[in-house]
Ligand binder design. Structure first.
Ligand SMILES: [Zn+2]
Ligand SMILES: [Zn+2]
Length: 183
C-alpha cells in the first residue's frame, strides 16, 4: 500500500532575500544603537543565514573575523519573535566581545544582560521553539519533479519511493513526484 502524503505543506521554507534584508537592517540598527549607548564605534559585521538546527542565532569569531549567523528556517517560522529577541541577543554578544573580550566574561553573564537591558530587551538566554517542520539535521536532499515545480525531499522519503513503499504527490498540481534528471 502506498502512503499518500504531501511533500509541500509540512516543511518550513527558509526566509527569502527580502526578509533576510530586513533582518540585516535590524542587526545594523542594533549595532548602531550600541555604538551610541556605549560610546564605542562598532564596525558592521557580516550577517549570514546559514545556521541550521535548534539555534536561532549565533555570534561567531573565526580567525578574528566576527560574524552573526541566523537560522533562516526558525526565522521563517517565528519571524517577529526572532527579530525582537534573537537579533538583539546576537548583537549583544558582539557588543560584549568588543567591550570586554568574549573570553573574559560568561556568555550570558551580567555584561551581556546589561547590553540587552540597554536595548530594552529582556535578557533571556534561550528560547525553545517548536521545531516541527524545521530541518534539525543537515540532510542530503533529492530533487523531484512534479508537473509544476521542483521539490526537495529527504533521503528517508527518497528511499521509500525507491523501495516502492510510498508515492508522494504535489499539493499544488496533484501529480506524483518523480526523480528529477540529475544535472
Ligand atoms: Zn547567547
Ligand atoms: Zn506540482
Amino acid at each position: 500500500m502506498n502512503d499518500k502524503s504531501s511533500v509541500l505543506g509540512n516543511m518550513i521554507e527558509p526566509i527569502d532575500v527580502r526578509l533576510e534584508q530586513q533582518v540585516r537592517l535590524q542587526t545594523r540598527e542594533y549595532i548602531r544603537r550600541a555604538s551610541r549607548l556605549f560610546d564605542c564605534p562598532l564596525a558592521m559585521i557580516p550577517v549570514r543565514f546559514d545556521l541550521r538546527g535548534r539555534a536561532a542565532g549565533m555570534y561567531k569569531v573565526i580567525n578574528s573575523e566576527r560574524m552573526i549567523r541566523y537560522n533562516p528556517y526558525l526565522f521563517a517560522k517565528y519571524f517577529e519573535d526572532n527579530v525582537a529577541t534573537t537579533v538583539p541577543h546576537e548583537v549583544a554578544h558582539y557588543v560584549v566581545d568588543m567591550l570586554y573580550g568574549a573570553s573574559n566574561v560568561k556568555p550570558h553573564g551580567l555584561e551581556w544582560q546589561r547590553v540587552m537591558r540597554s536595548f530594552g530587551t529582556e535578557p533571556r538566554a534561550t528560547a525553545s521553539y517548536d521545531l516541527s517542520g524545521i530541518p534539525v539535521r543537515r540532510q542530503k536532499r533529492h530533487a523531484y519533479q512534479c508537473a509544476c515545480t521542483l521539490h526537495s525531499i529527504s533521503t528517508a522519503r527518497h528511499n521509500r519511493i525507491l523501495g516502492g513503499k510510498a508515492r508522494y504527490y504535489c499539493r499544488n498540481c496533484n501529480t506524483a513526484l518523480k526523480l528529477a534528471n540529475s544535472e
